[in-house]
Ligand binder design. Structure first.
Ligand code: C2O
Ligand code: CU
Length: 476
């Protein structure tokens, strides 16, 4: 299911992403940037004119939803109007907002009923690439298309020729391009989630992206898929990682040569277009062995190179505003992930606690549960805190993945440093809000719990989140 998209229609699609249906009023100094976004059923051409349009659920009628832009240190105001047939909320993934603005149903706000609206308004402390999505039945609401990117501009952006955004999504489509309605089926839930059969870039199956020889791009990648992990190989190019989950990092080549993004994760790259006029280079997704595919081509136009010699290596961006963890005084918490299928068996046959009751795996599954955090399979959002974190202190979460599956683990309200993997200090001590934990891997993260309230901590494979791999941490 691929189709040719000319450079012009790509550009038009890009413009539509930026403008359609969102109404940022003229920025008045000191006033918040205002958006009004309607969530509603709609139709969208995902796979091109040779297929029917797809019934989707969309923000402002576009896939992905409108790009929201803000300035670091500014204020953002988004009125969300729900015209779906069911309740919803919007979560600002990665933004360190006050708890009441975090968009978690029953925990931080009442769900927005059909026909109702909710005004989200908050200051934006940190620059970077973020995104927004419902936190209500997200395995279906995000899976049907409700997701959009949010860019917070730094005061001093890096010198690049163009700033590009690729919102990566994954869909399970039927032959008529309709969305398969098997959301939350046991097979997906027990394994690696709802992996689809159609990958889109900015809401379309893309054949190519036009570039010019010699130009330097800032390429912002956002993975809004329910479950698919991407591992992008930019053949013929050496992209440098500039930010991870919006947070500046010492610019470096992606470890292993592939740019890896689990669900929820973002990477900004500096990509120097080192090819020549008229050349094409594939961008391949290599993540799942045996299931590699070509995402799209970088297609060089005929123009003469923009510059003869490559630009100097990029400098690191100014860091954001998170307080520095004090490891000498940190409180350590052990966090263990369990469950899922294991070599044809149901993993962690010990099962877990559900609603205060001990259950074996079979009984858990009858309740739609398959995963645990510290032995507890939790559903929904209105949960008793699994951990209470003393406010203002540094906390280290020593996480152990006791399963044979990857889990992109996301913490709300905070960004954290990834300080160790399998007991080895990490090279870049990168800040993140979502960290991919490999099968059997141990990952230590550290952060100052400076944002009071009840915060979700969950796997961002939305089928895992829904079936037990979720918890609440209280910062008090
Ligand atoms: Cu992107 Cu709790 O979510
Ligand atoms: Cu998971």
């Amino acid at each position: 299911m691929t189709t040719h998209i000319s450079r012009r229609s790509l550009l038009r699609a890009g413009a539509a992403v930026a403008l359609a249906g969102a109404w940022p009023c003229a920025a008045i100094a000191g006033e918040p940037l205002r958006y009004h976004i309607v969530a509603a059923p709609g139709r969208w051409s995902l796979v091109g004119p040779r297929y029917p349009e797809t019934d989707v659920w969309a923000f402002a009628g576009t896939i992905p939803g409108p790009l929201i832009r803000a300035k670091q240190g500014g204020r953002l105001s988004v009125l969300v109007e729900n015209r779906l047939q069911e309740a919803t909320t919007v979560h600002w993934h990665g933004l360190r907002v006050p708890n009441g603005m975090d968009g978690v149903p029953d925990l931080t706000q009442k769900p927005i009923a059909p026909g109702a609206s909710f005004l989200y308004e908050f200051d934006v402390p940190d620059a970077g690439t973020y995104w927004y999505h419902p936190h209500y039945r997200s395995f279906e609401q995000v899976g049907r298309g409700l997701a959009g990117a949010l860019i917070v501009e730094e005061a001093a952006p890096p010198a690049v020729d163009r700033d590009l955004l690729w919102v990566l999504d994954d869909w399970r489509l039927e032959r008529d391009a309709s969305i398969s309605d098997d959301f939350g089926n046991v097979h997906d839930v027990m394994r690696n989630g709802r992996i689809g059969n159609t990958v889109t870039v900015n809401g379309r199956v893309a054949e190519q992206v036009a570039v010019r020889a010699g130009e330097r791009l800032r390429l912002r990648l956002v993975n809004v898929a329910n479950a698919r992990i991407f591992g992008l190989d930019f053949t013929g190019h050496q992209p440098l990682v500039l930010t991870l989950d919006g947070q500046p990092v010492e610019p470096h080549e992606p470890p292993g040569g592939h740019v890896v993004l689990g669900p929820g994760m973002r990477v900004d790259l500096i990509l120097d277009c080192v090819g020549g006029p008229g050349e094409r280079f594939a961008v391949n997704d290599m993540f799942y062995r045996g299931l590699e595919y070509r995402l799209l081509d970088l297609a060089y136009g005929p123009e003469a190179p923009l510059r003869e010699r490559p630009s100097a290596p990029p400098a690191a961006l100014a860091r954001n505003t998170m307080p520095e963890p004090d490891l000498a005084k940190a409180v350590r918490h052990d966090v263990v992930f369990g469950g899922g299928m294991m070599g044809g068996m149901m993993g962690g046959m010990m099962g877990g606690m559900m609603g205060g009751q001990r259950m074996d795996m079979r009984a858990m599954m009858r309740h739609g549960m398959a995963w645990t955090i510290n032995g507890v399979a939790a559903g929904g959002h209105d949960l008793a805190p699994l951990l209470t974190l003393e406010r203002g202190r540094t906390h280290v979460l020593a996480m152990a993945n006791d399963t044979v599956w990857h889990h992109p683990i996301h913490l709300h309200g905070h960004s954290f440093r990834v300080i160790a993997r399998n007991s080895q200090p990490t090279r870049y001590r990168e800040w993140r809000d979502t960290v991919l934990v490999a099968p059997r891997e141990r990952v230590d993260i550290a952060f100052v719990a400076d944002n009071p309230g009840n915060w979700m901590f969950h796997c961002h494979i939305l089928e895992h989140q829904e079936s037990g791999m979720t918890a609440v941490f209280r910062v008090a």
